[in-house]
Structures are given as C-alpha cells and as structure tokens.
Design a protein around this ligand. Structure first.
Ligand code: HEM
Length: 417
C-alpha cells in the first residue's frame, strides 16, 4: 500500500534549514507528528527527512541509498575535500575505507593515547603560568600537535597557530555561508597544498615517516587497480584524519560544560572507574549537538512503510533527532550517563558519528579514537587539574552549525593536582 507522507510545502527550505539549525527536522517531525516527511532543499530538490533506528537502517542500506554525487560543491570545497572517501560508493569506498580502519589498530591507538596524554601535561604546565585560558582554543592547539605527531606530519612550532586555525576553519565552515564559508575554502586550498607537497617529498624519499604511521600508509596505499593515489587525494584523506581529531575539541568543551552544569558528575568521574567514564563520554556524544544530519540519494525506487522513495530523491537522516528520539531514549532531554549502564548498543540508535557498519557504510572510522581522546581528556580535567570557572556565557546555539559553548569555556587559576 502507498501512503501520502506529510509535505513541507514551498519551493525551497534551505534558508529555513540555516535559520532552524539542529531543529530543522525535529521541528517538522513534531508539527507533522511523523518521523518521515518531504521537503525541498538545495535548489528545490525533493528531500525526504527521516528519523529513528529503523530509518537509520534504511538510510545505511547501500542498495537503497547512495552518496555518489550527493555532497554539494560547497561542502566538498571545505570540510570533505574533492574525491574523498565520503564521496565514494560500494567497492571503491570499501577499499579506501579499509585503509582508514587499518590505521585505527590497537597499536596505533596506544600510540595516540601516549601522545595526547603527554600534550595535556605539556599544556597544563603552560596554563599554570596564565591567569585565564579559553579551554576550547587551547585544546584545539593541543589536538593539532597530537594529530600531526600521530599521523606523521612534521609541524614546526611557529606553524602551530596557523595550522590550528586552518583545520578549525574547515569544520567551522561546513554549514556556513558568506565569510565563514570563504575562510573555509581558503583554509582548504592552503592545507591541500601543504600536505600535497609533503606527499611528493615522501615519494621522493626526502621525508621518511615511520612505516606504521598513517602518513606512510596513505602515501603508499594502492587503489583496487593497484595504483598509488594522486598526491591531492592523499592530501585530502590525510586532512580527513587531522581535521576531525581537532574537532574533538568541540566534545571536550561540551564535556567540561557537562561537568560544570551537573556537579555530581565530577565526583563520579573522580572515582577513576573506566566503565563510568565510558558511560559519561557516550552520554556527551548523545546529548550535545554536533552533526545535525547526513544526506544521501535514493539509488533505485523503493517503498518503505508505504512511502515511495524515488530514484534521485535526497534522503536526510536526522542524527541529532535520533539521538534524542523518545522511542529509543527515556527522558531524552536529560543528561544522564546511567542510561548507558546496561545498554545493549545497536548500530543504528546512538549515531552522532553515523550508523551501520564501519567498512561497508559511511559510519565514522574515528568513533573509537574520539571516545579514547575524550576519556583521556576527562581524566586530565577531573583528576590532574583544578580550575575556577569564570562567570561567562556558556550557552550554545541550536542554530549555528557546528555549535559549542559560546565563551569557549574560560578557566582561571588552573593548577595541577
Ligand atoms: C564520517 C562525525 C571524529 C574521520 C563521519 C560522519 C559523521 C562523523 C556524522 C558521517 C557519517 C555518514 O556519512 O554516514 C564525527 C564526529 C567526530 C568525528 C562528531 C568527533 C569530533 C572523527 C575522527 C576521525 C574521523 C577523530 C579520524 C581521525 C571521519 C571520516 C569519515 C567520517 C574519514 C568519512 C567516512 C566515510 O565516508 O566512509 N564522522 N566524526 N571522524 N569521519 Fe568522523
């Protein structure tokens, strides 16, 4: 049987999307009392918006939905980069994605753990010399150094601020128009050039990265036809490691906010119980907004829950809405790490970093890395340092994408303990 799905009438709702931010889809889901509705976006294209675990399952069924030629140019020119893994499909995607999964092996994760822990300690010493610091900005620098070390990218001390700002600008410009978008494009061009030259030098033997480093493995990776990737594509994928590691700063700022707003959490985290730390980090990833949704296109016509999905229609999966869906989460708008106590995690319910299978689908390959870096950072914040939280504007916008506590979380009187 076929059903008429609710329609968000009008020629194009792209402006509403920018005005309503994270709540664009959920506002309409509430209005229509439906987890599926149709709207028009990106120049009047038909777009079906869906939310919930069953919706995520359909979205990540690669026979039904595809990413090929979906990302608009302005996204490829900033956050993604051209010809990146995000834009590939099926066999070529799986082959490239396996490379990302391979560099996330346990040995590399241990390596990262050491690097990040050390940088926290180095930065903490510097913070002790200062009256106040903006945690969000400091952690961005800390993570830029850590990411470069881990990936194998040489970074000079005097380059740190420039490269940090460029990497931040890439994810900060994802949903931006005007000046923020242009800053993102400039940063993209400059970073591509920087890494592309590095790739060429590695190939000529002028730079010799450790053979286990992601830089080495990406530079010498061969596609399914046995060919090395073009230097520009290697650069884009290396930046696909650096940029999101720096973006973990957003979650660290939100975690600091959670500790501040729910003071009981601090005491629980001080018990150094890894299980609780894990639950806390999961709840931060569920609760706070990061990516609002992901977009695909219908590969071939199909019928789902009585609704027609036509080849070429856009499909938007509501990530933020699924992480707050009342049929999946009790009291979804309460911050409560306990909900993860005996959680039997599925592949389609907690989806701040996408859902489904890591290799076959576009689920974020950096999910475990993100959790690891957040855990180290929480341990440092709670067990290795003390600080005062100044009076400041800690609100975060639900419209600006990506969002973060407005003040960047200013700390004063930082001392180690
Ligand atoms: C994909 C979120 C950290 C690398 C994604 C996707 C989301 C996401 C929503 C898209 C899923 C989809 O298209 O279905 C996040 C968030 C992070 C984070 C919120 C926390 C800051 C990382 C880290 C890395 C990483 C640390 C690598 C070191 C990637 C890559 C893709 C991706 C390469 C593309 C995967 C593909 O297309 O197959 N991420 N991510 N991300 N992420 Fe992350």
């Amino acid at each position: 049987y076929r059903e008429q799905i609710p329609i968000d009438h009008g020629f194009d709702h792209s402006v509403a999307l920018l005005l309503e931010g994270y709540q664009f889809i959920s506002n309409r889901r509430h209005r229509f009392q439906s987890d599926i509705f149709e709207t028009r976006l990106l120049g009047g294209k038909k777009a079906i918006c869906i939310a919930g675990a069953d919706a995520a399952m359909v979205f990540y069924d690669e026979e039904k939905c595809t990413r090929h030629q979906v990302a608009p140019k302005r996204i490829r020119q900033t956050i993604f980069g051209e010809k990146s893994v995000q834009t590939l499909d099926k066999q070529p995607h799986e082959h490239r994605k396996q490379l990302f999964m391979d560099v996330m092996n346990p040995k590399q994760m241990q390596q990262l753990e050491k690097i990040v822990e050390k940088q926290w300690k180095v930065f903490l010493k510097q913070w002790e010399q200062k009256k106040t610091i903006i945690l969000f900005e400091e952690v961005q620098k800390l993570l830029t150094i850590s990411a470069c070390r881990w990936v194998g990218v040489p970074l000079k001390a005097k380059e740190l601020t420039l490269r940090t700002n460029q990497l931040v600008s890439l994810f900060d410009s994802a949903a931006a128009i005007g000046i923020r978008h242009w800053q993102g494009r400039r940063a993209r061009n400059q970073l591509n050039l920087w890494i592309e030259q590095m790739v060429e030098q590695v190939r000529k033997g002028k730079i010799q990265p450790n053979e286990e480093s992601p830089l080495y493995r990406f530079v010498w990776h061969r596609d399914e036809q046995g060919k090395l990737l073009p230097p520009r594509v290697v650069a884009v994928e290396i930046i696909n490691l650096l940029r999101p590691i720096v973006a973990i700063s957003v979650y660290i700022a939100f975690s600091a906010l959670a500790i501040h707003e729910y003071p009981d959490e601090k005491g629980k985290l001080m018990e150094k119980n890894d299980q609780y730390l894990h639950m806390f980090v999961q709840e931060v990833r569920r609760f706070y907004p990061f990516f609002p949704f992901v977009v695909a296109k219908v590969r071939e016509d199909f019928l789902w829950k009585g609704h027609d999905f036509r080849k070429g229609n856009l499909v938007l999966l509501d990530l933020y809405g699924t992480n707050h869906h009342p049929s999946l989460w009790k009291k979804p708008n309460e911050f409560n790490p306990e909900r993860f106590k005996n959680w039997e995690g599925g592949l389609f319910d907690l989806i701040p970093q996408g859902g489904g299978n890591f290799v076959k689908n576009h689920r974020c390959p950096g999910e475990w890395l993100t959790i690891l870096v957040m855990k180290i950072s929480m341990d440092m914040l709670v067990n290795y340092m003390e600080y005062d939280v100044l009076k400041q504007n800690l609100k975060y916008s639900m419209i600006r994408m990506p969002t973060f506590p407005k003040s960047g979380f200013a700390l004063s009187n930082v001392r180690s303990k």
